[in-house]
Design a protein around this ligand. Structure first.
Ligand code: IMP
Length: 185
């Protein structure tokens, strides 16, 4: 059983076996779409690290990986919407088939910003893979090319997703219920 703080409750939303199966399906689609070519996976730290690790091992192509970190705008996402690069890519993406790998598409502010930044660097193609999608929360009209699961508007943790840096190591994606009065999203 995962260790929780007092008053926090976890409820499994997507089981590890379902995640494993879906990650394999997404990887097979990528393999088919880019047949005979190299793909460069760019993970958005830190949430996407586990999804990227599992995904890249199921892609049957020549691959390379890199990571980028952006500022999170804390728990007041809607009001600020400011995103900044905290850790940039190690190498150029010019001319590459880039797949940006995200943990979750929520308001779309992060992805909207990252797509703008990465497009300026002239990749050959630029696509988006996201494990989870919460389309009901969208503020920017972005969408994933490879989406694992579409979920309702609930705050989830596990498989890379955190609450205050905790719970990234859960093998299932779980809904986090907080003590009365606290909000996560
Ligand atoms: P955005 O709102 O689409 O820009 O999402 C920004 C980031 O917020 C995501 O990459 C996640 O790291 C985080 N996030 C959004 N929804 C959740 C959630 O339900 N659980 C954990 N993190 C989330």
């Amino acid at each position: 059983m995962p260790i929780t703080e007092p008053g926090e409750k976890l409820q499994v939303l997507i089981r590890r076996a379902a995640i494993e199966k879906r990650v394999r399906e997404v990887a097979h689609r990528i393999t088919r779409d880019f047949k005979g070519q190299r793909v460069h996976l760019v993970g958005v730290l830190k949430g996407a690290c586990i999804f990227l690790s599992d995904l890249v091992r199921e892609v049957n192509l020549e691959t390379s990986i890199d990571f980028i970190a952006v500022s999170s705008y804390g728990r007041r996402k809607e009001s600020s919407g400011q995103v900044r690069v905290l850790k940039d890519l190690d190498s150029s993406i010019a001319g590459l088939n880039v797949i940006l790998v995200e943990d979750i598409l929520d308001t779309g502010l992060t992805l909207n910003y990252l797509l703008r930044v990465l497009r300026q660097r002239r990749p050959k193609t630029l696509r988006v893979a996201a494990l989870l999608d919460k389309p009901s929360r969208r503020l920017k009209p972005v969408k994933g090319d490879y989406v694992g699961f579409t979920i309702p508007n609930q705050f989830v943790v596990g498989y890379g997703l955190d609450y205050a840096e905790r719970y990234r190591n859960l093998k299932d994606v779980c809904v986090l219920q907080l003590p009365f009065g606290e909000t996560a999203g």
